[in-house]
Design a protein around this ligand. Structure first.
Ligand SMILES: Nc1ncnc2c1ncn2[C@@H]1O[C@H](COP(=O)(O)OP(=O)(O)OP(=O)(O)O)[C@@H](O)[C@H]1O
Length: 580
């Protein structure tokens, strides 16, 4: 239970840590004072029942009790306000830390099934963690320190009663531990199922068009959304039922311990071992001890659920980021060199199988090859979305690992197959690449990327909102926005993954012109699917099964009569057929 405290320290910044430290000390003080307050009742009662009554001693104990109660209230006020403060610290620092960390993770980490759990972690997860210092920790610390003080104090009353308390506390501690283990196991399963359901719901909402196009409501190979919901309900009811049984076991143990202590105290009184006043005092202490311990039991489930949320945040923060150089290298030029590059997404698999190529600055290189041969993967390695398993990717004479992520990002601009536009206006989407770009800059790149006629046609021009993921624009229009964005970034190396989907002739011509413009003063490497792009390239690399099998320009490769010639002939045939 208390193990989560070091994790909170670990996750907070210096200011938050200071607040947490003071809060914990105030809460521990509160617990000790609560325990002492009840213990002081015993000598008070003993003094009262003496004949004659020693008034000065009686006053002394009364004053001691009043002082303890007053000090307890001061600490209670302080720790409560600090609890809210630390809760706010947690909320503010968490989103920042998680966000910063996500930005450093390899792109490969972001799989589709991670959207649900990340969303839940950033929403409910951070609220759960903030709840620990704001509400729960006080009950945990007081629930432990108050009984501990009473147990230590009870040894001064009578060692047998002290021993009985200590044995009872051990039993209750074990029952509490069992309760937390039960909650943790079942909560892990519940969180897993709820995260999976959240991912499915996101997919279900996003992919409605595809699902309806195929006349299906769901993807049966992943199990239906309904099945996910049923699984989630199942794990939720298991968590509730098993948690309730463990709680009943805890309270049963507590009642047993209390009954045993009361029976022992009465027996000791009847045998004349302890005085009647001590018995009454012990009974008061025993019954008062019940309150913080019961509260601890009732909250144990919540504490465990919230501690699990900390665990998940820690697991995320422990995912190693892409290594960054201490002193990033400075590139000279914009040529791209691949030296013995090997790579596989998963252990034991090979997608890129030893590629060597020198791509000079300012050239346009087309990469062609069968589907799945590794073309897009090559662009991802040049962008350093992943690190190579062997060999080296070099830009401007330096390994991308020595340039660092920021360096590679400055040097490269990407235009991907699946263009993703962010909710906002067309202008916002372009200014992502250059926040300070003027309206004139936007107009300039729009003309080059043939985006100007799209902007001119839309009712709100640059201020037209593109909808979530650019849903209000056509595929060709989105590509033009994406090319304009890359132009605005003005990076010396442009990596372009041409969409495989066919564009209408107007869009195709516009995109081809835009690529030509892009290539004017830049190193452009394009995974090409269109004849117009391939034929315009200075050089063509044919990739098959992760290797370069042909390397040359259009005429020489066509003359070779190999894979490229087949690719060319097939496309020409397909095009001719289309036109007829
Ligand atoms: N994120 C990923 N995780 C695991 N495997 C992947 C991932 N992305 C691609 N692959 C696999 O790597 C291989 C090469 O994929 P890649 O996308 O580079 O091919 P491609 O030549 O660009 O294909 P296409 O022309 O169809 O886009 C394929 O077998 C693919 O299944």
């Amino acid at each position: 239970m208390i193990a989560m405290v070091p994790y909170l320290f670990e996750l907070l910044d210096e200011r938050g840590r200071r607040h947490l430290r003071t809060m914990l000390m105030a809460q521990a003080g509160q617990g000790v004072l609560q325990g002492l307050g009840f213990l002081f009742v015993v000598p008070l009662l003993a003094t009262l029942t003496e004949a004659p009554v020693d008034w000065s001693r009686l006053w002394l104990w009364l004053v001691a009790i009043v002082a303890v109660v007053a000090a307890h209230h001061v600490l209670l006020t302080r720790s409560t306000s600090l609890g809210y403060l630390v809760g706010t610290d947690v909320l503010t620092s968490f989103h920042e830390r998680i966000g910063n960390h996500l930005a450093t993770l390899p792109i490969g980490w972001f799989r589709g099934d991670r959207t649900g759990p990340i969303g839940r972690m950033l929403g409910k997860g951070t609220m759960d963690v903030a709840n620990i210092p704001a509400h729960l920790l006080r009950h945990v610390v007081v629930g432990l320190t108050a009984p501990a003080t009473m147990i230590v104090g009870s040894f001064f009353l009578d060692w047998r009663i002290g021993l009985a308390f200590a044995a009872g506390a051990t039993l209750c501690g074990l029952a509490l531990r069992l309760l937390m283990v039960v909650v943790r196991r079942n909560d892990d399963a519940y969180e897993h199922d709820i995260g999976a359901t959240a991912s499915r719901i996101v997919e279900y909402a996003r992919q409605q068009a595809t699902l309806r196009a195929y006349g299906v409501l769901d993807r049966p190979e992943l199990g239906t959304l309904e099945e996910s919901l049923v699984r989630q309900e199942g794990s939720q009811s298991r968590l509730t039922i098993r948690g309730a049984w463990a709680l009943i076991a805890f309270f049963g143990t507590l009642q047993l311990v209390v009954t045993a202590v009361i029976a022992l105290t009465v027996a000791l009184t009847l045998s004349g071992t302890i005085a009647l006043a001590v018995m009454i005092g012990v009974l008061i202490v025993t019954l008062r001890m019940l309150e913080p311990i019961s509260q601890l039991g009732e909250l144990a489930g919540h504490v465990q659920v919230n501690a699990d949320a900390i665990g998940r945040v820690r697991t995320l923060l422990a995912v190693p980021p892409l290594p960054e150089p201490v002193l990033p290298a400075r590139p000279s030029g914009a040529d791209v060199e691949l030296v013995g590059v090997r790579f596989g997404y998963d252990e034991g698999t090979t997608v890129i199988d030893g590629i060597d190529a020198m791509i000079p600055a300012g050239s346009l290189t087309a990469v062609v090859g069968p589907s799945g041969s590794g073309k897009s993967t090559l662009l991802r390695l040049i962008s350093r979305f992943f690190d190579v398993s062997e060999g080296s990717v070099r830009i401007g004479g330096h390994d991308v690992r020595d340039l660092g992520s920021a360096g590679v990002s400055r040097l490269t601009a990407q235009v991907f197959q699946d263009v993703y536009l962010f909710e906002g206006t067309i202008a916002d989407n372009l200014r992502m690449a250059a926040p300070d770009a003027s309206d004139a800059d936007l107009d300039r790149v729009a003309r080059i990327a043939r985006l100007d006629d799209v902007v001119g046609r839309l009712p709100h021009g640059w201020d037209t909102r593109v909808g979530e993921a650019g849903s209000t624009l056509s595929g060709g229009e989105k590509q033009r926005v994406s090319i304009a964005r890359a132009l605005l970034k003005d990076a010396p190396v442009v990596l372009l993954d041409e969409a495989t989907s066919a564009l209408d002739p107007a869009n195709e011509a516009a995109v081809a012109d835009a690529i030509g413009e892009l290539a004017r003063h830049r190193t452009v490497i394009v995974v090409a699917h269109r004849l117009s792009t391939v034929v315009a390239a200075d050089r063509i690399l044919v990739i098959e099964r992760g290797r370069i099998t042909e390397d040359g320009n259009h005429e020489t490769l066509l003359a070779t009569g190999g894979t490229y010639a087949r690719f060319w002939n097939e496309r020409v045939r397909a095009r001719g057929w289309q036109l007829r």
